[in-house]
Design a protein around this ligand. Structure first.
Ligand SMILES: [Zn+2]
Length: 349
């Protein structure tokens, strides 16, 4: 493409958004100055990332601990068959596709599990956090961190044909800890009942609309209600939850202790949602030589060893162990954490 053509395209690129009066060129310029952290690159994360990157948000950081599998392709809109064949880490596959969509956005990808230390580092560089996780442990961590640093975050969850979303504004709205136990917060995907893509798309449409209002300075247009819906049963409910704000909340009250920032780092073993998979995290941060690991496993002759630049996979009997550069291991075909630990110690010490 000639430089001239490239520049002409750049000028026209956001014209439809700029013509939308509430945004205008000024709102568009604000989007360009914005930095968004997306936690999770599954169904919600890929949808959110694609919309924000196309919209011209200046910087996107996308974090995920997993890799692409065939069962993801039905709804995780940035991934293609080759990503599943190569077991590409989702964050890396996402950044490749997102860069092809809009090369002017600064896109960062991190293959890792988000815990306190990691989140503290990432949040320093964010105006807004988008929740695209699938569990409340991580959400409560995000909630405490967002309150501590006074950064808004947008919750999203979905399962089956159901979706739910809420925009948390520190200092204004109740926080997630306030809402727990007070308001029905379904939508956790730790469920094997399945999911249809439209439930995901409804959630990400609402999450990213709120993100664009917030980032472009249109805060008066924010929804300020908890939204839940079922696209199959045709139910749409919007609830005012302002009354749920607890004055003595440990996460957002005047003497907040941020309880989820201290407890969560101790947990080193996770059972992944509805997947017969256990994740084991190393006790200390590390950087693994994957080539060396692959060579050593091949010499053991205990199963099929496959690798790409980001992970090594060992299939042995009914289990598959996948080790990442940060030392995390996903053990598939297992639910028992003790048994998973035994396998990890056998092959990785
Ligand atoms: Zn609270």
């Amino acid at each position: 493409m000639t430089e001239q053509l490239y520049q002409a395209e750049q000028v026209d690129r956001y014209s439809r958004q700029e013509r939308y009066a509430p945004l205008g060129p000024e709102g568009q310029a604000r989007l360009k100055e914005s930095k968004v952290l997306i936690i999770g690159a599954g169904a919600l994360g890929t949808g959110i990332a694609e919309t924000l990157v196309r919209s011209g948000v200046g910087q996107i950081t996308i974090v995920d601990r997993d890799y692409v599998e065939w069962s993801n392709l039905q709804r995780q809109q940035l991934y293609v068959e080759q990503d599943a064949i190569e077991r590409m880490p989702k964050a890396m596959a996402a950044v490749k596709r997102l860069t092809a969509i809009n090369s002017t956005v600064h896109i960062k990808a991190k293959v890792m599990d988000v815990r306190v230390d990691e989140l503290e580092e990432l949040i320093a560089d964010a105006d807004l956090i988008m929740d695209a996780t699938d569990n409340f442990d991580t959400r409560l961590l995000i909630n405490d961190m967002a309150q501590k640093h006074q950064i808004p975050w947008i919750y999203g969850g979905c399962v089956g044909s159901y979706g739910i979303t809420y925009t948390f504004l520190p200092g204004e709205t109740p926080c997630l800890n306030c809402l727990l136990g007070e308001v029905p917060l379904g939508g956790d995907t730790c469920d094997t009942s399945g999911i249809i893509p439209q439930a995901v798309q409804m959630v990400t449409a609402n999450q990213t609309a709120e993100a664009m209002k917030l980032l472009s300075g249109n805060t008066a247009a924010l929804r300020r209600k908890l939204l839940s819906f079922d696209v199959w049963r045709n139910e749409y409910i919007s609830i005012n939850v302002d009354g749920a704000k607890k004055l003595d909340c440990a996460s957002c009250g005047p003497s907040a202790t941020y309880p989820f920032l201290s407890a969560s780092n101790l947990e080193k073993t996770d059972v992944l949602c509805g997947r017969d998979t256990v994740q084991i995290r190393p006790a200390r941060p590390m950087r693994l030589d994957l080539q060396q690991t692959a060579d050593r496993l091949t010499r053991l002759e205990e199963g099929k060893v496959e690798s790409n630049p980001f992970l090594v996979s060992l299939t042995t009997g009914k289990h598959r162990l996948v080790i990442f550069q940060d030392g995390r291991v996903l053990v598939h075909g297992i639910k028992d954490t003790a048994e998973a630990r035994t396998l990890v110690h056998r092959y990785f010490g």
